[in-house]
Design a protein around this ligand. Structure first.
Ligand code: BG6
Length: 512
């Protein structure tokens, strides 16, 4: 029986409101704003986590008045908020939304913004605290921050703060990520830059740390002596939808690995931090990222697998091939699947493979971390068939299932000593109820209170790309010849399975 009831959980205070501030959204007419940012702000408001002196200024190219923007957001909120809307709170939001039409490369836009911020600030006590959310094409990340600085909008004075949230992709490779860091750090301090990775906004991702460091029983066995290998899978059923243009230039490796998958690896493998201060946690994550052995050219060939989906079937429906998707060239060589075997060079993990995979149009949507323990040293149970002698597995289910399960052997009923495999399951929702969240609430709130723990530091981003860059180089030099090499709706290319089978192991696939 659950020992924490939803009511108990809700009774606990969930934090202080963010500082009084103005949030400026560049790219305010786009999808991220309407689908995620505005519903997330609404949820924060509902939970009393926004200051009463709070406002939003949207900036985008589309010609719109503040009035139009307010009406648009009202409709968007009705469409995308997963909660029943409160008319009073909706009205409160409406009154705090402003809009500026402007090009991101035009200094005039930033002058208009400055005037608008001063005008709003004069009417309420936002203390000239501003944070800028760059929900725009990455080509504009550097230029927008430079223009903000040139207009004096990055300068922190009279105890005000100025912060900028930078979306992904943060660079295309190590060189471009370094260049972007350099450009940003020329006009802002590292402490003002919040590089966002929405995976860190997921409760179950944050729970990896709670699970590891709040429980005494797992940490002693969380190492090479007891763990055989680790699997990290981020499988998706969706294709590239409306994003073919972006995706075809990125590919699965750039899109998912240096960011989301590196987060999952570092949280799973890091040493306990000395505190939950932002830099204490990020130092430990960074050490892991630095300790991942970059693959040699030879290893890229033997330890990485790429794939692209052809047509197939998903939940009983025909699914088109990647090359037939909108804005994708019919001879595209972009990968939509990647699997690889990585090693972490430190005392805790030497010799323990980390297998990771991610792909689009796979058989099921599931993000899971599987910790497979070594087998018991001696097999006493000779009457049990080999398939039933599964090693222990601890699985952290990130999504859509949210929970933790432990697989172990149990005696099957009957006169003979035979074993079967059973799972002990914990599901988040059984204990804490269903939480309504876009995944952005925590991250926006953290930025408003100046907590950068769940954001990427410059060195972490670069360390992630250092692992990826050699793979990109070899893949570019040796274009794939067998694409498409997996049907939509399957578990990916055969080589992806062979990567583990070669080591006598198997992916654990989670199907509904
Ligand atoms: C994004 C990628 O960063 O993450 C998408 O660009 C991917 O391609 C998405 O689908 C996955 O996020 P989530 O939260 O749905 O797992």
């Amino acid at each position: 029986m659950p020992q924490v009831s939803p009511a108990d959980a809700n009774a606990q205070p969930i934090g202080r409101p963010g500082d009084p501030c103005i949030m400026v959204i560049f790219g305010a007419s786009g999808d991220l704003t309407r689908r995620k940012l505005i519903p997330a702000l609404y949820n924060l408001g509902k939970n009393h986590l926004l200051a009463s002196d709070f406002a939003v200024v949207g900036v985008a190219r589309d010609a719109m008045t503040t009035e139009d923007f307010r009406n648009k957001l009202k409709q968007d909120l009705q469409q995308f908020a997963d909660v029943e809307l409160d008319a009073g709170l909706e009205e409160w939001f409406q009154q705090r939304m402003y809009y500026i039409t402007g090009e991101f490369g035009d200094p005039g836009t930033f002058q208009k913004l400055k005037e608008m911020l001063q005008k709003i600030g004069a009417g309420n006590g936002t203390h000239q605290n501003y944070f800028y959310y760059l929900a725009i094409s990455p080509d504009f990340f550097g230029p927008v921050v430079e223009q903000l600085a040139a207009a004096g909008l990055m300068t922190e004075e009279n105890q005000s703060w100025r912060r900028v949230i930078v979306e992904k992709p943060f660079g295309r490779d190590l060189e471009s990520a370094k260049a972007l860091n350099k450009q940003l750090l020329k006009v802002a301090n590292e402490s003002q830059i919040y590089r966002i990775d929405h995976y860190l906004g997921k409760e179950t991702v944050q729970n990896i740390m709670a699970f590891r460091f709040a429980n005494g029983i797992f940490e002693p066995i969380w190492n090479r002596r007891y763990i055989d290998h680790i699997q990290i899978s981020v499988t998706e059923t969706v294709g590239v939808e409306q994003r073919g243009g972006y995706y075809d230039h990125a590919g699965a490796l750039r899109d998912m690995v240096p960011n989301h998958i590196m987060q999952l690896i570092s949280l799973t493998a890091m040493e306990p931090p000395i505190s939950f201060q932002a830099d204490a946690v990020r130092d430990e994550q960074a050490k892991i990222l630095h300790a991942i052995q970059p693959l040699t050219s030879e290893e890229v060939l033997t330890r990485t697998v790429r794939g692209q989906y052809g047509e197939g079937e998903l939940v009983g429906q025909h699914a088109p091939a990647y090359r037939e998707e909108k804005a994708v060239p019919p001879d595209s060589r972009t990968e939509t699947y990647v699997a690889m075997k990585l090693q972490i060079d430190n005392w805790r993990w030497a010799g323990v493979p980390f297998y990771v995979r991610t792909g689009k149009r796979l058989a099921a949507r599931a993000t899971d971390i599987v910790i497979q323990f070594r087998r018991a040293p001696f097999v006493l149970f000779r009457d049990t068939s080999v398939e039933n002698l599964m090693p222990n597995q601890l699985v952290l289910h990130i999504q859509p299932e949210e929970g933790i399960s432990l697989r172990f052997a149990a005696k099957t009923p009957g006169p003979v000593m035979r074993l079967g495999t059973v799972d002990m399951d914990f599901e988040y929702s059984d204990y804490f109820g269903k939480q309504i969240s876009t995944g952005y609430e925590r991250l926006l709130h953290d930025c408003m209170v100046g907590d950068a723990t769940l954001f990427q530091r410059a060195d972490m981003v670069e360390a992630g790309w250092s692992v990826i860059s050699p793979i990109l180089d070899i893949w570019k030099a040796l274009p794939p010849r067998t694409f498409p090499n997996y049907p939509a709706g399957s578990w990916g290319p055969k080589d992806g399975d062979a990567l583990l089978e070669h080591d006598g192991r198997h992916w654990r696939n989670f199907e509904k």
